[in-house]
Design a protein around this ligand. Structure first.
Ligand code: KG4
Ligand code: ZN
Length: 361
């Protein structure tokens, strides 16, 4: 194995078809030579959520095109690669299969080694790709389908400190937007509306903050919001733009307090960590990001928030996680299986309902 490794990564576990090429010289910061992401938002929009069969078909149709584009944009050919990394789970099984079959095809035709990657490991190792973070560090993954605190001590050494027991925070933002007549995805819309709102007008709960540990719950928040909305409608016959802004601000403040409060506990539970890093679409929220940065600062930890394109689903993180595994000697055979469920920390019991939406992580 050479000192410099170049890896092609494939990602197709939910509704983004992606391919990327990442290169690293041992001991140096890696370089993203290309990163192609083809979203499927328009295909699923009429159905109000990701339709697994439509997603799988679109992945199967587009993945080889993404690979071609990623190689061309990187200026490399298959012969310049050292390995092919692919998301082997968790996710929607049809989509994961499309990526795994494509990667196996490339490896069978070229003789290149195959490396299966856990999608969540891709997110969790991203701060090493973008900022060269050393182990151990703390990670908060907060997206539309996922929410967990991880202590990351090695390329394959993850300890889950806690996670949501029901909805993911992005899912709660999306449902809130729906209840208030705002478009999807709801997170950015709710954040925008909240800017003009008074977070103190409604006393929404801070679920599970009265219990020890880092587990979280977000489904009760949307019920509280629904009740508050209906009370206004019963009283005034409808909600004004200001009512909506206040509801959004109060909701966002509650999510912020839960994430920041639990992050402080995660920090206390992982004394060796040198940084707090975030990933997932919810990490784009400025109010939440600022609160997490404060928690990190108070604990004397570095705060790392990768650029948004690398916080959300992409294949550069898969190429990178594959490259890290490959450097450590990991190789998969043609018997690599696609796994719809694949917890990062297999020693922990499954959280009730976590990732209810199933696949999107
Ligand atoms: O990581 P992501 O792009 O996809 C996955 O779920 O894997 O995250 C999307 C989620 C959506 O639920 C979206 O509403 C939420 O992240 N989101 C936000 C913001 N931007 C995106 N939530 C709160 N504030 C935002 N600014
Ligand atoms: Zn993801």
């Amino acid at each position: 194995m050479g000192d410099t490794l170049t890896v092609l990564g494939l990602e197709s576990s939910c509704d983004d078809t992606a391919a990327a090429v990442v290169r690293q010289r041992a001991g140096c910061l890696p370089e993203i030579l290309s990163s192609v992401v083809r979203g499927q938002t328009a295909l699923h929009a009429p159905f109000g959520g990701v339709v697994p069969e439509i997603a799988a078909r679109a992945h199967a149709e587009k993945i080889d095109l993404c690979v071609e584009q990623a190689l061309a944009a990187a200026g490399v050919g298959l012969g310049d690669l050292d390995a092919v990394a692919v998301t082997a789970g968790p996710g929607l099984i049809g989509g994961v299969l499309a990526g795994v079959m494509c990667a196996k095809g490339i490896c069978a035709a070229t003789g290149l080694p195959l490396v299966g990657v856990n999608h969540l490991a891709g997110h969790a190792l991203t701060p090493r790709l973008t900022d060269g973070l050393g182990f151990p560090y703390l990670m908060l993954l907060a997206s539309g389908g996922h929410c967990q605190f991880l202590s990351v001590a090695g390329v394959e050494d993850f300890t889950r400190l806690g996670g949501t027991i029901d909805d993911a925070p992005g899912e709660a933002f999306d449902k809130t937007a729906k209840l208030l007549g705002l478009p999807q995805p709801g997170g950015p819309e709710v954040e925008r509306a909240a800017m003009a709102g008074d977070p103190g007008r409604f006393a929404f709960p801070r679920p599970l903050m009265d219990r020890p540990g880092c587990d979280m719950s977000f489904s009760g928040l949307k019920t509280a919001l629904l009740r508050a909305r209906d009370a206004i409608i019963a009283e005034k016959g409808g909600i004004t733009v200001q009512d909506r802004a206040d509801l959004c601000a109060a909701f966002q403040a509650a999510v912020r307090d839960v994430l920041a409060g639990k992050a402080a506990r995660a920090v206390a539970a992982a004394p060796g960590a040198t940084a707090l890093a975030v990933a997932g679409g919810v990490a784009a929220n400025r109010v939440i990001r600022a609160a997490l940065e404060q928690v990190a600062g108070d604990a004397g930890l570095r705060f790392v928030a990768p650029p948004l394109a690398l916080c959300t689903d992409n294949a550069a993180m898969i190429a990178w996680a594959g490259l890290e595994r490959f450097r450590l000697g990991a190789r998969d055979g043609m018997d690599l299986v696609a796994r719809p469920r694949w917890p990062l920390d297999e020693t922990q019991p499954a959280l009730i309902g976590a990732g209810k939406r199933g696949a999107k992580a």
